[in-house]
Write a protein that binds this ligand. Sequence first.
Ligand code: SF4
Length: 230
Amino acid sequence: MNNTETLANIPPIVARGAEWYRTLGTESSPGTKVMCLSGHVANAGNYEVPFGITFRDLIYGLAGGIRGGRTLKAILPSGASAPILAATDKVLDTRLTYEDVAALGSQLGSASIILMDETVDMSWVAMKTTHFFKHESCGKCTPCREGTYWMTHILDRVQAGGVQAADLALLSDVTHQIGGKCLCPLGDFATSAVVSSLKLFPADYEQHLAVAAAVPAKPAARAKVAQPVS
Ligand code: SF4
């Protein structure tokens, strides 16, 4: 399958040759890539750059950093489909190639990079992506059809507040019932944001745990009232 970006690369390669194209990018990820930046970035848009630019140079060098001067919290390097990355120095200094992003445990994929600042609750992000995949599921295989239903069910309750630790364990268990058990990649994609956010941002989930019900105070001892002498 060829997408528009692939077809757009053909004319300059034909005109200048494959060797010229290979002078751009890296040995294993040659050429250029259109990086689509969205989310809390100052200057959202499509940036065509050689493979090998770092997240830091792309986000802070070309795209103006994070809107409002806030701190970058998380990166979704391939839209909703790939595992979320915490915006650590190691991640920011990683080169944008298929191999380097895979080495971080995620995927560059279509390079539809979504940036989340420090104000974002990553359990909310997982809820939103899961609703998307539940809608997209064709329903052919049970793990995807039922799993996305149950993940949205639990994640909606997380957002409503009052979940128990057991609910988060159940959410994790559901992701394992989906991963690697579906007919097409959508099932695995549906678990990416959930699994990675549970692992990297547990506090974002734990803040929604139910507070132990307040123990009612014992009634105050009744004062003995002296009885009138008859
Ligand atoms: S994994 Fe693919 S084939 Fe299976 S239900 Fe989901 S969308 Fe359909």
